[in-house]
Design a protein around this ligand. Structure first.
Ligand code: SF4
Ligand code: SF4
Length: 75
């Protein structure tokens, strides 16, 4: 069974610190070109199909801006 994840980033909570980008083992989180209402570039997931749902991004986010849901998939 392979694991897959769904990542939801609250763009208004995000301060664009890029910790999630640095720690994602798949390197699929990048700063958005948009700005939120605080003037930060919120993180976004660029390649969700490669997300394993490991939860590291949510763990390291100092602003609790990331919510992960996981599902098991047949390999
Ligand atoms: S759950 Fe894991 S693989 Fe998916 S975006 Fe977060 S750190 Fe990357
Ligand atoms: S770690 Fe949290 S606050 Fe920092 S860029 Fe990622 S989602 Fe935004």
């Amino acid at each position: 069974m392979a694991r897959a994840g769904k990542v939801k980033i609250d763009r208004e909570r995000c301060k664009g610190c890029a910790l999630c980008s640095a720690f994602c083992p798949k390197k699929i989180i990048k700063p958005s070109g948009d700005v939120n209402s605080f003037g930060y570039h919120p993180a976004e997931v660029r390649d969700l199909k490669n997300c394993t749902g490991c939860g590291i991004c949510a763990l390291v986010c100092p602003d609790v801006a990331i919510i992960i849901t996981r599902k098991e998939e047949a390999a």
